[in-house]
Design a protein around this ligand. Structure first.
Ligand code: SF4
Length: 692
């Protein structure tokens, strides 16, 4: 490749999908990251993860050849033919002996649209299994469900990020943008420079909360009550938008009655947020012409996540802050392709184009594109946690791509046991993750800069990652893996290895569906530097949704009445403290990639337990010394980090690490009844000094 040439592409990590240029180095094995100021989302800015992303490409610990577990129990080098034969045989044997639904497939929110689409098709057409889901279920599924319920369509942000600085007020709920996607912080900074106000809702005074005009720090698991308390005050103070409610919504009387049952004093008792602060928040939110509520994992990763997000949506609807310019509710999706990953069929209940798997018309359309009989397509399967929990019992073989549930799943020790009890496990990954280390066969696959493909960022902007490097000889793309496995399992056609060919089929499969990509092409993405969906054939992309009508049958947004309920676990004598989990700026998700980057590891080398000085004094914790955190599911040990930036009844742990500091050993898999999201954000624990 021409050394002077740079290739415009995007970061492999979070949902912001920052634009960057890659300059291939003379050695042909590495690239240098350069600014790409023209991409509007980040205007050249990158966080440390994006800047150092090339390190994983040339890492000495990346996988460069397949591995097969030997009779002695060790993973040993193998040829691709041997490895693919072993995977095909492992999956076919289980299907033959235990039935198609005994074979599971687990995908990831970091897979490109083409891979997510092909993986869903592979599960349903080649394996004939209903048992497919992906780690995005653990990310934003509650917001997706609430979006669907209220607006009839789920696109994380129904407006572009560039609208944020021009609105009057933003309530940011359970998001620590300063650490999760630092370049996005500028939108909030510009908001305040323009005279707008920022309210941050978070039990911790995070780096993002430090930017806020008002920081509300509710008890973990009580932000549903907080939203209801604000809505109660909105009604009591006569600040509802009656015209908007009458013209553009349904269900207000029931939602109003539910909110009125949550008196501010009651809400103060539940949340710990004083009534005067609630009144301040209502004034800041209602005074300007326009306002937004943005949520992230805080309200979403709860066993009542869908209702919690629904309560914030109700607040937007009652005040006319939805479906209007510079106003609305939006979810800040987390994973790189968190948005696209949920649209193209790797979700247990979805077909491509965000179609429902149990909708006969949707089945007929997609089956037509796939050239199969719709009656042969399986129905909906289990959600992610339920699928992982069934491993070794109903589900006996698993193909896993782009995920590391040994670190990222709730109740992780139990899930690790379930994975170990499988008859057969095949993992495609770029490094030997904690989950790949348990596999019978490991397939080494290409990384972001070595392949081309599309992702859809948190705004619904479909963008193109471009190949900038020739991959090492021992690795293959995920598309090549699926092509080869399909052929071995008797399906010779329908799994192309060219990503553009896959995308063209995806366009046809999505045509006419809620997430319509039919008007988007690689050429068009390149010309426009991203195209928003829905974009029907011959049409324009849609950066802003719902301005004329919502996507429900009658065009009206739906209020859904919701009420506060406790988290699945509340503190008691044995487990008197709340645990909440989250992220730090220098690590990403399960850390499979970022823990292998020296610079990031030096910045964030180990997990920690953040706790308030009063709580530390009570349990005898010493800053920097090991502290054990014990829940009903297990015990984790990490260094205490004592700070008054957290509530005194709560401890925080980041979840990026395996081993004794694995936060997800502790977390509660109690599921939201609608979204099937586990309750990562709140459980009850006790603290014990640990042996050094
Ligand atoms: Fe990459 Fe996200 Fe950092 Fe941007 S904010 S550089 S997309 S990790």
């Amino acid at each position: 490749m021409d050394r002077m040439h740079t290739i415009a592409t995007h970061c492999p990590y979070c949902a912001l999908q920052c634009g960057m240029n890659l300059r291939p180095e003379a050695d042909g094995r590495s690239v240098t990251v350069e600014e790409r100021t023209g991409f509007p989302v980040n205007r050249g800015a990158l966080c440390g993860k994006g800047r150092t992303a090339p390190a994983v490409l040339s890492s000495r610990v990346r996988l460069t050849g397949p591995l097969i577990r030997s009779h002695a129990g060790r993973l040993e080098p193998a040829t691709w033919e041997e490895a693919l034969d072993a995977v095909a045989e492992g999956l076919a044997r289980t299907r033959r002996e235990d039935g198609a639904d005994a074979v599971g497939v687990f995908g990831g929110g970091g897979l490109t649209n083409e891979k997510a689409y092909s993986l869903g098709k592979f599960a349903r057409v080649v394996l004939g299994t209903s048992q497919i889901d992906y780690n995005g279920r653990f990310c934003m599924s509650s917001a997706a469900a609430a979006h669907q319920r209220a607006f009839g369509l789920d696109r994380g942000l129904p407006f572009p990020l560039e609208d944020i600085p021009r609105t009057g007020c933003v309530i940011l709920v359970g998001s620590n943008l300063a650490e999760t996607m630092p370049p996005a912080l500028r939108y909030l900074t510009e908001l305040r420079e323009n005279g707008g106000t920022l309210i941050v809702v978070d039990p911790r005074r995070t780096r993002t909360a430090e930017q806020a005009d008002l920081h509300l720090a509710p008890r973990p698991g009580t932000d549903l009550a907080l939203a209801l308390g604000l809505l109660h005050l909105v009604v009591a103070e006569g600040r509802t938008d009656e015209e908007f409610i009458a013209d553009r919504t349904t269900g207000w009387p029931e939602a109003r009655a539910a909110a009125m049952a949550h008196w501010p004093e009651l809400v103060e008792r539940i949340t710990g947020v004083p009534v005067p602060r609630l009144r301040e928040a209502v004034e800041m939110f209602c005074a300007p012409e326009s306002a937004m509520v943005l949520t992230a994992r805080g309200p979403e990763q709860q066993s009542k996540g869908t209702d919690t997000v629904g309560a914030w949506i109700n607040l937007c609807l009652a005040t006319g802050r939805a479906g209007r310019p510079l106003s609305g509710y939006g979810c800040l999706t987390g994973q790189g392709n968190g948005q696209g990953g949920r649209e193209h069929g790797q979700k247990a209940d979805q077909l491509p184009g965000y179609r429902k798997l149990d909708d006969p018309a949707a089945r007929a359309h997609v089956a037509g594109v796939w050239g199969v009989d719709p009656d042969t397509l399986p129905g909906p399967g289990r959600s992610a946690y339920e699928l992982l929990d069934a491993l070794g019992t109903d589900v006996r073989a698993l193909l896993l791509m782009g995920s590391n549930p040994v670190v990222s799943a709730p109740r992780a020790s139990h899930i690790e046991e379930r994975i170990r009890s499988l008859d057969f496990l095949a993992v495609a990954d770029v490094v030997l993750s904690e989950t790949a280390a348990l596999a019978d066969v490991v397939l080494p696959v290409t990384q972001w800069a070595e392949e081309t493909g599309t992702t859809t960022n948190l705004e619904g902007r479909v963008i193109l990652r471009r190949r900038a490097l020739t991959p090492p000889p021992g690795v293959r793309t995920d598309l090549e893996v699926m092509h080869a496995l399909a052929a071995r399992l008797g399906v010779e056609k329908g799994f192309p290895t060219d990503p553009e060919e896959v995308f063209d089929e995806l366009r046809r499969a999505s045509a006419g569906g809620p997430a319509d990509y039919s008007g988007i092409s690689y050429r068009r993405i390149a010309d426009e530097d991203g195209v928003f969906w829905p974009c029907p054939e011959g049409g324009e992309g849609a950066p802003r949704l719902f301005l004329d009508r919502f996507a429900t049958d009658d065009g009206r947004a739906r209020f859904v009445p919701v009420a506060h309920r406790d988290a699945a676990e509340v503190p008691d004598e044995e487990y008197p403290v709340l645990l909440t989990t989250g992220r730090v700026v220098s690590q990403y998700q399960s850390g499979a990639q970022t823990r292998r980057v020296d610079e990031l590891n030096a910045a964030a080398p180990a997990p920690f337990v953040e706790l308030h000085p009063r709580l530390a004094a009570r349990v005898g914790a010493v800053d920097g010394r090991s502290l054990a955190v014990v829940s009903r599911r297990g015990r984790a040990v990490a260094a205490a980090r004592i700070t008054d930036a957290i509530r005194a009844d709560t401890v925080f742990m980041p979840f990026h690490w395996p081993g004794e500091g694995r936060a997800n050993t502790l977390t509660n898999p109690a599921l939201d009844p609608v979204s099937r999201m586990p309750e990562f954000k709140v459980c009850a624990v006790r603290l014990e000094p640990a042996e050094e």
